[in-house]
Design a binder for this molecule. Structure first.
Ligand code: NAD
Ligand code: TYD
Length: 339
């Protein structure tokens, strides 16, 4: 089996590459990544010499390069992680999100149509469902919840999902879509909540909580997400959407307090800053479908997952120090100074 994994130098994509090479030692994994600010070749160094792995620096919007790769590799499947993924950046510059997340998806699917494919899998997000009110803990996102987006990021992901379903209906492309809740774990880019707070706390820097910190996210350890996608591409029904989440809802402020506690840092580092524009209140996935149809359930509980994640950031300072000492500093200043 030849599988193209796009966005494999990013957070979830790299974890998926590691998972697949381990779980299916006879598969060939071809990683396609543009290496944007969020992609990091050093993340993949442990698999670079694996004979079943190939890395290709390609922009998924580059039709010619993508077609050429299909002619070379004859992939059986494509799993598309490549995306601009940060909500705050999408608020600053929506255009780039439309290009990669929507146009890039269409280029990949056109290649699948032209050359043939057994499965095209789109890695989507629960953010396409918009948000839930904080005072209705009885409500969850199911696959039938209407698409109702808030940010340019989630709108671009929802647009891509609609296009994927349209390619299935119109051209019969064998597609599946997964919509997962917030992930955490190793190689999470420092701009996102959990790594940002771990790294700032380690450096005794302020911990910038947006607003009151009462917004709720449903956290899943990244390896559980990778296992879910592995199941969907092998056993999921074509044309279907699968929600992925482990019923682990937490308020942002509580996550930050746990990080302080685990690192032995004072909560006085917590600084409330101006809220995100259009900030989604609560995400919560109902994973009944993937559980009942494919037998998936999360294996790592948050109490263990956050410990493992913090330990990973302690053990891999070189990885993140390299990132935060570069261009990231300008980003950080722009987003957080005078906020
Ligand atoms: P990330 O930002 O860490 O990684 C994205 C990767 O895509 C990077 O390696 C980047 O270089 C690459 N990329 C960006 N534009 C590209 C392009 N035009 N061509 C080729 N490669 C390109 O993101 P992530 O957190 O790993 O998310 C991966 C996917 O999972 C995204 O599609 C995201 O929407 C989805 N998702 C993420 C979460 C989460 O909590 N992080 C939850 C649900 C779904
Ligand atoms: P984030 O990791 O950006 O993921 P998403 O917006 O896709 O859920 O943010 C998670 C939550 O943490 C979100 O409610 C915004 C909040 N947040 C902060 O309070 N401070 C921060 O510095 C960041 C990056 C996020």
């Amino acid at each position: 089996m030849n599988i193209i994994v796009t966005g494999g130098a990013g957070f979830i994509g790299s974890n998926f590459v590691f998972h697949m090479l381990k779980a299916h030692p006879d598969y060939r994994i071809i990683c396609v990544d543009k290496l944007t600010y969020a992609g990091n070749l050093s993340t993949l160094k442990s698999v670079m010499d694996n004979p079943n792995f190939r890395f290709c620096k390609i922009d998924i919007c580059d039709r010619e390069a993508i077609y050429k790769l299909f002619e070379e590799e004859h992939p059986d499947m494509v799993v598309n992680f490549a995306a601009e993924s940060h909500v705050d950046r999408s608020i600053e510059n929506p255009q780039l999100f439309l290009e990669t997340n929507i146009m890039g998806t269409s280029v990949l699917m056109d290649a699948c149509r032209k050359y043939g494919i057994k499965r095209y899998h789109q890695v989507s997000t629960d953010e396409v469902y918009g948000d839930l009110p904080l005072d209705r803990p009885d409500l969850f996102f199911t696959e039938e919840t209407p698409i109702h987006t808030s940010s340019p990021y989630s709108s671009s992901k929802a647009s891509a999902d609609l296009l994927v379903l349209a390619y299935h209906r119109t051209y019969g492309l064998p597609v599946t879509i997964s919509r997962c809740s917030n992930n955490y774990g190793p190689y999470h880019f420092p701009e996102k909540l959990i790594p940002l707070m771990i790294i700032n706390a380690l450096n005794d820097k302020p911990l910038p909580v947006y607003g009151e910190g009462l917004n709720v996210r449903d956290w899943l350890y990244v390896e559980d997400h990778c296992r879910a996608i592995d199941l969907i591409i092998h056993k999921g029904r074509v044309g279907e959407v699968y929600n992925v989440g482990g019923h682990n809802e937490m308020r942002n402020i509580d996550i930050v307090k746990i990080i302080c506690e685990q690192l032995g840092k004072p909560e006085s580092l917590i600084t409330h800053v101006a809220d995100r524009k259009g900030h989604d209140r609560r995400y919560a996935i109902d994973p009944t479908k993937i559980h009942d149809e494919l037998g998936w359930e999360p294996e790592t509980m948050f109490a263990d997952g956050i410990k493992k994640t913090i330990q990973w950031y302690l053990d891999n300072k070189d990885w993140w120090e390299d990132i935060v000492s570069g261009e990231y500093q300008n980003y950080y200043k722009k987003m957080y100074e005078n906020r």
